[in-house]
Design a protein around this ligand. Structure first.
Ligand code: 0X9
Ligand code: ZN
Length: 415
């Protein structure tokens, strides 16, 4: 039955004149998430582990690695670690608890009670904009490998369009980090729907021009819904290599060439690409950042990721460098973490990215800080701390978007 379905699908794509591609979805039943405690940080050991596992969930040469591994490889993988703990017994069962992808409904708060398809996310953004035509418009930032337009919304206040310093939010740079799509959309939805009724929201919208992009890796996101829920990268190929995908958060054209914070192996989760900025999504995002810089300037950039509950700021490429306004970055992050905690008790760790988490080269916030000349550049790593990881249950969407909104509002007040 399966092979009949598959061959008829392939047959119809050939008829449609499209190059056939694998349409079978990865079945994660029987796969486990293991937390491996290594004796030390080692790129070599991580590379060996990466060959055995389906996914590394927190790539980047940390001494604690979370990996998705099939039952038959648990032993071999655990042999690399001094301690190995099972975090998720069966990833397939956990995915069943995620609640699937729900049907589309109009931009109301119930939107934030389910995960949604790529097409519905695009419709949400369009419907939201259409409800507030006097102070918002649809914006784009280039096109993905497969031709999807990076789409977002620009929101402004009483000063008129383009009159204030820019605030830029990016979501879903890593395809599997679904909670970030919901969070970035929630921020746009709050700013627009509360503008007329909440004086504190009005003050923020009147103070900045907001450029909000819920999905900057649309091909990867679509792929997580059709083929592999745990896909991270974009869907770009390398000639002569069967592995797919560049890590868009290792492809920005600032300190891309520095070694140690990304992989040159196309099969790695952190593959940096063949040249700085050679992913089309990064070309689009870089053009967006430089154009905001050259306009009213970039006051605040936030790149939303999951998971781990961190607020990070530059630099990623060097653990000894301190950003010029480190104290101000720390002050806003401290207040944001407190605001989040006040909503729900969720605890965040914060600090400069490299020394707090791990080294990253060609990452977004180093680029926005130096090339984009942003006053503030942050990476948020949303819930949770690895218990559910990327497959955050549907009943945690609202608590997460609400607490994160509080953190972001606190930053906006002082930025
Ligand atoms: O590795 C990453 O790109 C981010 N973590 S994730 O698990 N979501 O993949 C962290 C990036 C933080 N570092 C910088 N932006 N420099
Ligand atoms: Zn990420």
């Amino acid at each position: 039955m399966k092979s009949f379905l598959l061959s008829s699908l392939l047959f119809s794509t050939i008829l449609a004149g499209v190059v056939p591609r694998a349409t079978e979805k990865v079945d994660y039943h029987g796969f486990k998430v293991l937390r491996l405690e290594l004796t030390e940080k080692s790129a070599k050991v991580e590379a060996k582990i990466e060959e055995l596992v389906a996914h590394v969930l927190n790539p980047g040469t940390s001494s604690v690695l979370d990996v998705v591994v099939s039952a038959d490889k648990v032993k071999a993988v655990s042999a690399f670690a001094k301690k190995s703990t099972v975090i998720t017994e069966d990833v397939g069962l956990a995915l069943e608890g995620e609640g699937g992808i729900s049907a589309y409904s109009v931009p109301s708060e119930t939107w934030f009670t389910a995960y949604h398809s790529y097409a519905d996310h695009m419709q949400f953004i369009k419907d939201l904009q259409a409800s507030f035509t006097s102070n918002s418009e649809i914006i784009t930032a280039g096109t993905s490998v497969q031709g999807r337009v990076l789409t977002g919304i620009h929101i402004w206040g009483s000063g008129g369009k383009g009159s204030k310093p820019a605030v830029l939010f990016h979501g879903t740079v890593h395809a599997r980090e679904w909670i970030t799509t919901m969070t970035v959309e929630y921020i746009a939805w709050q700013l627009l729907t509360k503008y007329g009724s909440d004086a504190s929201v009005k003050a923020l919208v009147d103070k900045f021009d907001f450029y909000i992009m819920p999905i900057v890796n649309p091909d990867g996101f679509a792929y997580t819904q059709t083929n592999d829920r745990l896909w991270r990268k974009n869907r770009q190929t390398v000639s002569g290599n069967s592995c797919v995908g560049r890590d868009n958060n290792r492809n920005w054209s600032y300190k891309w060439e520095v070694t140690g914070g990304a992989s040159t192996n196309p099969c790695s989760e952190t593959f940096k690409g063949l040249a700085a900025g050679d992913a089309p999504e990064n070309k689009g995002m870089m053009a967006q950042v430089t154009s905001l810089r050259d306009g009213k300037g970039l006051r605040l950039y936030i790149d939303f990721h999951s998971y781990g509950q961190y607020i990070l700021w530059p630099y990623g490429y060097n653990c000894n460098l301190v950003v010029e306004n480190d104290a101000q970055h720390r002050s806003l992050a401290t207040a944001a973490a407190a605001a989040i905690k006040a909503v729900s008790g969720t605890a965040y760790t914060y600090g400069p990215s490299c020394s707090t988490l791990y080294a990253t080269t060609g990452s977004s916030t180093d680029y926005t800080d130096v090339v984009g000349n942003a006053t503030y550049s942050y990476t948020y790593e949303l819930r949770d701390k690895g218990n559910s990881g990327f497959v955050l249950p549907v009943n945690q969407i609202q608590p997460t978007v609400r607490e994160t909104w509080a953190g972001v509002v606190s930053m906006l007040k002082s930025a």
